[in-house]
Design a protein around this ligand. Structure first.
Ligand code: PCA
Length: 212
């Protein structure tokens, strides 16, 4: 049986909600298989989130790992392509910890690429009319940290990656872009199904990248 591990995050930075955690819970409630979906809402702490993610990976040996988090201010779904080995927190995490210029994993590579078909996922989400891009930075906070740990912990046959989601409608601070929570849920389901349908190691040959 194929197993997918899908994670979101609890609220942070004084927010009341985090749409990534809400979307993960909503998708868990409506998931129709056939893969087994294991979901978790992670704490927004560098140490706690990485440790819990590694426990889940060890317990479930997932075939696919999709971690998700909020990137407030982004206008659409951001399929992250690269995790960097750097924790440089602009704000303290939910435990009060604020690492500055530390590696996520001592002695590990500088960066890892997602092993999900990021361009195919972006294409398939955008085809439904939900705005989506391939992103080349997941930041240097807890999301990037979890993304990096996922790629460190994944074995060679496990495909792993990260998606940043925007604010959900009704939650965004004034003037900030948002998407209906149902669109965020749909986008995460597409990301999982596109990955399960893809040939491992293959991606869509679409024009991508950024000029700046
Ligand atoms: N977003 C933060 C951490 C938790 C979350 O949902 C980030 O992008 O690092």
């Amino acid at each position: 049986m194929t197993t997918v591990l899908l994670t979101g995050f609890e609220p942070f930075a004084g927010d009341a909600v985090n749409p990534s955690g809400q979307a993960v819970e909503a998708l868990a409630a409506q998931w129709a298989g056939p893969a087994t979906l294991v979901t978790e809402v992670l704490p927004v702490t560098f140490a706690g989130a990485a440790a819990r993610l590694r426990e889940l990976i060890a317990a479930h040996s997932p075939d696919v790992i999709l971690a998700t988090g909020l990137a407030g201010g982004r206008p659409g779904i951001a399929v992250e392509r690269v995790a960097i080995n750097l924790a440089d927190a602009r704000i303290a995490d939910n435990s009060g910890h604020q690492p500055l210029d530390e590696p996520c994993v001592d002695g590990a590579a500088t960066a890892h690429f997602a092993t999900l078909p990021v361009k195919a996922i972006q294409r398939d989400i955008a085809a439904t009319g939900i705005p989506a891009v391939v992103s080349h930075t997941a930041g240097t906070f807890v999301c990037n940290h979890v993304f990096f740990h996922a790629l460190e912990a994944a074995d060679a046959s496990t495909r792993a990656g990260f998606i940043h989601v925007p604010w959900a409608s009704g939650q965004a601070p004034a003037g900030q872009p948002d998407l209906p929570l149902s669109d965020i849920v749909t986008a995460l389901e597409i990301a999982i199904r596109t990955t399960l349908d893809a040939v491992p190691g293959a991606d869509a040959p679409t024009v991508g990248g950024t000029l700046h």
